[in-house]
Write a protein that binds this ligand. Sequence first.
Ligand code: TXA
Ligand code: MG
Length: 339
Amino acid sequence: YWIVDKNIDQERTKAQINEAGMWIKKGEVIAFPTETVYGLGANALDEQAVRKIFAAKGRPSDNPLIVHIAERQQLDQLVTDISPQAEKLIARFWPGPLTLIFKKKAAVAPSVTAGLDTVAVRMPDHPVASALLQAAGVPVAAPSANLSGKPSPTSAEHVRHDLDHKIAGIVDGGKTGVGLESTVLDCSGTVPVLYRPGGVTKEQIEAEIGPVALDLALHSAQETPMSPGMKYTHYAPAGTLWLVQDRSRIPELVARSKAEGKRVGVLTTIEHQADYQADLVKACGKRSSLATVAADLYESLRAFDHAEVEVIYAETFPAEGVGIAIMNRLEKAAAGRML
Ligand code: TXA
Ligand code: MG
């Protein structure tokens, strides 16, 4: 367990990151911070190493991983056919929270892509992640560093809670910034398709390359998602989560659940915190700045688990900008339960 500073120029920090990089090179699994959430990394060219990720997380083997790189030139080792649109997005958004899907090369370990002929790649925008990727010297396959089905970790403490003793090490670089996973965009076909909304918004992508298609499954329970990971119940707290569109109904809903003898939680924002009484009222950022809501969302969902709340009523957010990613994660956490 290495606690490192974001100021990676310190000698001690450098030595720790190099040590963690050595473990990855040797085929072990290491958790590390990125600007979105913590990742659980292994050498993407080493099939045995990648399998350890699936084992530690309890992740279904049909759910492919994202490969993380430190430099643009590493991409050529992993993929074929980089479209002009993809080149534009790379120039504009890398390093950053945008994952692109390409046709893969044979060097990528089979488990990384779960047997698909495409591979997802991103370049994280975090000094510790970049230094670690440099130290490892190999492309690093990394899903979010949570147990499968739990909210993604936004602090090393979350990683430790889920994976302690199951992995070779954790690089603790403090709280992550964006707080939600990267945007996933498929660039392997003729029209780019958005599989997962995230830190880079659809509006930002379209401003760069024109219209992109949406995976229909993003807004429908019937469709099978193109991105295997989107079909699993993700980000789910242990209690039953309800999204409440008209927040004035929340006090009455809380009272009803209390009358049934349940422990009840409310997910709100700083602006409305004083309007509710429940076993846990959790203010998740400021509604006036959706980026702060994104940054606190997973930590808030975990707090309900710690408080052993059985029912959670959550406010909803406007579906614009990063609000689209927030609502996507909340809808998944609620398994579509909306009032
Ligand atoms: O921000 C992030 O993306 C974080 C940090 C650690 O980088 N990683 C992350 O990984 O969220 P994970 O494994 O939790 O999510 C990866 C998503 C899944 O929904 C997976 O199905 C999808 O990307 N994916 C990966 N490769 C794919 C492929 N070849 N085709 C379609 N979807 C793919
Ligand atoms: Mg994940």
